[in-house]
Design a protein around this ligand. Structure first.
Ligand code: ASP
Length: 440
């Protein structure tokens, strides 16, 4: 396992980790157990039980009602009760009613959806700061977006550094910051993970601990392989190949700020802090392990083109790709043969555009044959160890053949740390079970 440097740790707690007073007691024990845990990032309270609603969802609902001039009081009461209940149970002094009233007033007066949603983190941050004996720093004062809506890195990192200097322990709410126009802007859903990563980058943290409700990543989807092994160590690059295919423990974009500085991320379980979790690092020695994870997802269509002497036709691929680009459709993969080319696109991208794309392809490149084949699932089998292990592809295809899974597409990334296969959607679970049995 990679060594973790000694030094400041940023700890981020997700929605379920901070959903109730009981959970917040665990959080305090975790923070107090290690004096290096000096910067804390929190989400808004998530679900306290499976049938519960996240505070963020209630806030979006309140905004939606307000925008239709409907009363938000019933929803607002639920929000208030959650916060007041937690504060009461923990015996906090924080004056919540005026904070809640101000947020409600602004939402009723037409504040943006981003403002409404951000109040979950902002108010909970104040509450958690008192409970965890940390200095509260409003994310609106230290996280900035530029005019294009992207993070203003230089300004954000400098502001975080300046505000945190000399503080014993700080707490920054996740998920939002200030837009170029001065209003509140949020990241996409689950974005507190990104805030944690940004804070870790700014403070040159030794480690970014991401506390959640699972003990890290599993080798494959536990809904398909219930006893799938945990992943103890994985590189940013390997995780990227997997997360992109649908393993959602950590927000996809949360990797980039820490990756730029080689700061490891550790995924930990607030309910089982003794579990080792998953450590995400820049480099690792795969040892004898060839495959670190297998991720699959449904919902792809293959658009298959055939044309004699395609390989000799200058600009053929560009003209094909231009058709997709002109409709704002991004493509996933593009396996090619001498006279064939397939473009794999996610159905979400294609929605309502397939017919016109096919017509335009026909008109622009005049293929001999053009077919759309829906209902494909993609499976990524990922591992650094593949680089050196001869015969990995043979093992993979033999395992699929034995399970009688028909492979419709094959793509190996040039990094040689993944093999992607396309199978019928109905074969997805069978294929994943077969690959897990082969490589776990
Ligand atoms: N509370 C926000 C959400 O539910 C952000 C987060 O939890 O990271 O998406």
């Amino acid at each position: 396992m990679a060594e973790i440097r000694d030094g400041l740790r940023v700890v981020k707690f997700g929605g379920t980790s901070v959903a109730t007073a009981g959970q917040l007691r665990k959080v305090r024990a975790i923070v107090e157990a290690d004096p290096r845990r000096r910067a804390i990032v929190v989400s808004a309270p998530g679900k306290a039980h499976p049938k519960d609603t996240k505070i963020t969802d209630l806030l979006y609902l309140a905004h939606e009602l307000a925008s239709k001039d409907q009363p938000i009081d019933p929803v607002w009461r639920q929000i208030e009760e959650r916060f007041l209940g937690i504060a009461r149970e923990l015996g906090l002094r924080l004056e919540l009613p005026p904070l809640l009233a101000e947020a409600k007033r602004r939402i009723e007066e037409g504040a943006s959806a981003d403002y409404a949603a951000s109040r979950g983190e902002a108010i909970h941050g104040l509450l958690c700061a008192e409970w965890l004996d940390a200095e509260y720093i409003d994310a609106a004062e230290v996280v900035f977006f530029d005019r294009t809506g992207r993070l203003d890195e230089a300004r954000t990192y400098a502001a975080i550094r300046a505000r945190c200097q000399g503080a014993r322990r700080v707490l920054i709410p996740g998920f939002y910051g200030t837009a170029a126009n001065g209003g509140i802007k949020t990241f996409s859903r689950g974005g507190s993970d990104i805030t944690g990563s940004i804070v870790a980058h700014a403070l040159d943290a030794a480690l970014y601990e991401n506390w959640t409700d699972v003990s890290g990543f599993r080798m494959t989807d536990p809904r398909i392989v219930p006893d799938a092994k945990g992943i103890s160590e994985i590189t940013y690059g390997e995780l990227r190949e997997l997360s992109y295919m649908g393993a959602n423990v950590l927000h996809e974009e949360a990797v980039f700020p820490v990756r730029a500085k080689g700061i490891p991320i550790q995924i930990k379980n607030t309910d089982r802090p003794e579990d080792p979790g998953t450590l995400i690092v820049a480099e690792r020695d795969p040892g004898h392990q060839v495959v670190v994870g297998i991720a699959g997802t449904r919902g792809f269509t293959v658009i298959a083109l055939e044309k004699t002497l395609m390989n000799a036709e200058v600009g053929f691929a560009r003209r094909v790709l231009d058709v997709f680009a002109s409709h704002g459709v991004s493509i996933e993969h593009m396996p090619t043969g001498i006279d064939t080319m397939s473009v794999v696109v996610s159905d979400r991208q294609l929605e309502g555009k397939l017919e016109v794309i096919l017509e335009e392809l026909q008109a622009t490149v005049h293929p001999d044959s053009l077919k759309a084949l829906p209902g494909m699932a993609l499976i990524a089998t990922v591992g650094l160890g593949m680089n050196h292990a001869i015969g990995t592809a043979a093992r993979l295809f033999t395992a699929l053949a034995r399970a009688r899974v028909n492979v419709r597409m094959i793509d190996q990334g040039s990094s040689e740390q993944n093999i992607i296969v396309g199978v019928e959607e109905d074969d997805l679970a069978t294929a994943i079970r077969a690959l897990y049995a082969e490589f776990a």
